[in-house]
Design a protein around this ligand. Structure first.
Ligand code: FMN
Length: 330
């Protein structure tokens, strides 16, 4: 059971924090398709303290995406505590601390997975954040720095001891980055040493992976990252598998294309047309995956900068798909 603050969800399926992906538009799409909890991308604590406009924008949340967590990162005790207080003013359902980011310029400053190099310091930093806010605080971390230094059982206990209300474990080490098999076997071991909810993350790429992750590990929640990019129906399909043992309603081409357009439309409301249309290009591969002539239409979409033309192109393509389908069955 994912019980954190006022959130109580069994078999919770969570949308992972992802930089430049999980803005409010994508979070709303995933929420509507069944994600139980969603997260902002990681937000730099120093940027928040400096009151940087660009960083502040990342805190934006809206009612219909709840429950939502704001994730912050950094390595300064004072600035992380201050950033948590700033994030709290936006009234998310929880604050999440990033202790898993593997990227060089993040760990180089001792933030993200860099915190795993010094568990007593990490514990001190997290305690300060917990004590600075009244919202529940959770932590997303990894198994350890590398295979020779897996300390997750100790880290999990330390974090529970200072009042952390939930853990997400990306079941890889820092040196693995996003590559290689995630080792889900650690989840039951971690659950043995702490009472707080433990969420599994890593290598959850299909609806069936979600079901297997729950069955194999007894995790309180399963967090989906890359598996949701251009494929937010992973939540919709996984929910069906969990409830009925199989997918009853499959996702048809019309829903795929209309979801792609709705995602873009919502993004425009948040960041304006030009920026939203340009940034949406990274989603076409996923949204159009497996459809006939997808590469041709994708190529066309990559040169468009106006919503109206994206819409026209995609709706024309949808008509074409319907004709292909009719010809095939007659
Ligand atoms: C594009 C991208 C951006 C990411 N940004 C964040 C982030 O802001 N915060 C975070 O905790 N993890 C971030 N991650 C890591 C994911 O949340 C997740 O832990 C990782 O992708 C492993 O899950 P997967 O194997 O199912 O993709 C990011 C991953 C990707 C692919």
């Amino acid at each position: 059971m994912f019980s954190v603050g006022k959130i109580n969800i069994s078999n919770a399926i969570l949308l992972a924090p992802m930089e430049d992906i999980t803005d409010v538009s994508f979070r709303v799409i995933c929420k509507e398709l069944g994600a139980d909890v969603v997260y902002t991308e990681f937000v730099n604590s120093e940027g928040l303290i400096r009151n940087s406009e660009k960083t502040n924008k990342k805190l934006q949340i809206i009612e219909k995406e709840r429950p939502v967590g704001i994730q912050i990162y950094g390595s300064g005790i004072e600035s992380m505590a201050g950033a948590a207080r700033i994030a709290e003013k936006e009234n998310p359902d929880l604050i999440d601390i990033n202790a898993g980011c593997w990227v060089k310029n993040v760990v180089g400053h001792g933030a993200g997975a860099g915190l795993l190099k010094d568990p007593p310091f990490m514990q001190k930093l997290v305690k300060e954040v917990v004590d600075s806010v009244s919202l529940p605080v959770t932590v997303k971390t990894r198994l350890g720095w590398d295979n020779e230094s897996i300390q997750i059982l100790d880290v999990a206990k330390r974090l529970e001891d200072v009042g952390v209300k939930g853990l997400t474990i990306h079941c890889r080490t820092r040196v693995m980055g996003h590559k290689g098999e995630a080792d889900w076997d650690w989840i039951p071991k971690i659950k043995e040493v702490v009472k707080i909810p433990v969420v599994l993350n890593g290598n959850v790429l299909t609806p069936m992976n979600i079901k297997n992750a729950f069955d194999q590990t007894g995790a309180d929640g399963v967090m989906v990252a890359r598996g949701a990019i251009g494929n937010p129906w992973i939540f919709y399909e996984a929910k069906q598998i969990l409830e009925n043992g199989r997918i009853i309603n499959t996702v048809d081409n019309e829903l795929k294309i209309k979801t792609c357009l709705k995602h873009l439309y919502l993004a425009i409301e948040v960041k304006g047309e030009r920026k939203a249309v340009l940034e949406h290009r990274k989603f076409y591969t996923g949204y159009l995956k497996g459809l006939p002539y997808a590469s041709l239409v994708r190529k066309e979409l990559m040169s468009i900068v106006e919503y109206r033309i994206v819409e026209e192109t995609l709706l024309n393509y949808l008509e074409k798909l319907k004709n292909i389908f009719e010809q095939e069955i007659t």
